[in-house]
Design a protein around this ligand. Sequence first.
Ligand code: AHR
Length: 501
Amino acid sequence: MKAKLIANNAFTIGKIDPRIYGSFLEHMGRAVYSGIYEPGHETADAKGFREDVKALVKELNTPLIRYPGGNFVSGYNWEDGIGAVECRPKRLDLAWKTVETNEVGLHEFIGWAREADAEVNMAVNLGTGGVEEARNIVEYCNHPGGTYWSDLRKSNGAQSPFKIKTWCLGNEMDGHWQIGSKTAEEYGRLAAETAKVMRMVDPDIELVACGSSGMGMPTFASWEATVLEHTYEHVDYISLHSYYGNQKNDLSNYLAMSVGMDRFIKSVTAICDYIKAKKRSNKTVNLAFDEWNIWYHSNEKDSKNEPWQQAPPILEDIYNFEDALLLGCLLITLLKNCDRVKIACIAQLVNVIAPIMTEPGGAAWRQATFYPFMQASHYGRGTTLRHILDVPTYDCADFKDVPFVETVAIHNEDANEVVIFAVNRSADESVDLTAELQGFKIAGIIESTEICGHDVKQANAKDSCPVAPGATDNATVIDGNLSAVLKPLSWNMIRMICVLG
Ligand code: AHR
């Protein structure tokens, strides 16, 4: 099969916000306890955080971590996580039917995130909480001093404000499972008032309103429209959440699910712009895809969990090769929508539907999905080029005209690189890809890697990680154009050295 891509340096989709490589760490399962934090582990630092896990988080190069939930945040009192650890209360976490010890709280997490080179994207509780708690936590985190909450932060050991920039106004408030779920009217009013007051405390913060918990929600679209009617002038982003799975074991349909992600993004963009038009506003509300991933492997096991355990192993999906391919398609889709998607958080980061897994008292290891994310996060920086792609398509159960190749071309101006990420969705045929990159002088290939050749169900494990990128020589530059062979079912990254010309 042949594919031809044409791009031109003058035609761009937009600058890639690095926060598109954000992630998410919720107080649930083993994400915190025996995930990032395990005093007594042989790699634990003085505060009890695992250095081996921190090193993998750094390798992933995620610049932003959403915290502390998720469903958890809708019943969480952030004050439970400050002050002397031995005085902190143990609480029932109703969202996940577990017991939260609060050993790790605000100071510990922010300190850890800094060491992992990431900013924190803090969510406030708009389930059982409201304006008051949200106002207080912004004052605690961001006010320099001389007031009750800012001085309490100081007395708890942080002289300088944490300067948390990005804040989520609750989580999935449309979902019947959410503690304190609300109608769009109820949430829209509360979110607008909360946003207003949080900004009175710190005008520099950025705010994310809750969109739908997924495109399949019965209130999808009208939820976004109503929430934005109330919040448009108070918020910067609206959230999108979506999880994907191959429950039907239908590979061609599974690999096409990024087409659904694209539709979701385009739909929410249209709703934002409809409200903008209605309000005759000069402001543009952008998108925070602050929960996205593959989630289905663990569903059956989790339905049998005993309630009220501390840090039980839940949502521990073990990812395989086909998951890595879909994850690559999803990343490419986010990159192709970088004009409107400014924040995206792979959900989650450690142990819970995560690229990084840990064994209590043992190793930390990289899942199959770790690698496409890590490569995109390191090399998918700069500007996404607009392109046209001539490639055969296929139809499957849920989608029509799905291109056999999902791809994106990125110009990294700082590194003088053009980078191509591409997934070949065909299980049978290689694709001969030619890329005409107009306006660039392509001097050569810096690096070409692929993940391919595995059984689609091949997964990584603590002692062996076969699903990982390998160097390949299947890309060449001929007369200034890229020529590459994309093997059947493959994730590819091709980095080229370029100058404008
Ligand atoms: O990421 C797991 C859960 O998925 C989150 O807590 C919730 O927001 C979503 O439903």
